[in-house]
Design a protein around this ligand. Sequence first.
Ligand code: 15L
Length: 268
Amino acid sequence: DKTRPVLLTGASGNLGRALAPALTAAGYTLRLTDIAPFPDAVPGGAAFTKADLNDGPTILRLAEGCQAILHFGGISTEHPFEVVLGPNLRGLFHIYEAARREKARVLFASSNHAIGFHERPAGNGELLDADCAFRPDSFYGLSKAYGELMGRLYWDKHGVENLNLRIGSSFPEPADARMLSTWLSYADLARCMEKFLEAPRIGHAVVWGASKNPATYWGKDHRDRIGWEPQDTAEAFREKVGTKVSGDPVTERYQGGGYTAMDYTRAT
Ligand code: 15L
């Protein structure tokens, strides 16, 4: 249904800026919002409104009449708890209340940092399934676990459909050896959004947000519900980044990489 608008939060961030033109070209009418100004030309047919996720009434108003909310807003890297709290916890509540009122579905841009303290696979083919335990590696990762659980609650209690895309590393190119496993291309991300918007029924779904990387850490998930199949691969960049490792034993042991090692005070 391309007649009802789609609200894109975090529109001024890297992923929002990649998605805004791609989804407009795919025929969707976008409402863009962010706390920071939209730095590009607003794509034709879209409208940008500056807003804070802490501001519930404004979020409700922005979501009016929308079929879906693509929630890419909030703090996107590690910060002190008090900084994460407003946008990522209270803000998430405003997003889900708006979705409930509008009978809209939610795409939550979750992160590998919700499960970052799982060890990287030993290379014996044992991959981590999306129903694994949350093992957040940061206050940021903890807020993503909370966001996924918010989706669980609103589906079970209110029938708000949601897909939690547990994004690995979505950048124009992989930047280090870890990203040969975790990289998600912008094109695969955009295709995932289109599949999400088109899918007849989603329920509560968790999907690994990575391209078709042979070095992946991740196994089963709910991608069949939307029929998304990533097409790009980080392997094309192996020569460029294969030697870029941190040398830090904690960083290299766990899936969340550098986030696990930040402020790490455990003795062993
Ligand atoms: C994330 O969740 C961050 O938003 C991004 O900046 C990267 O750090 C990414 O994870 C990653 O793990 O590579």
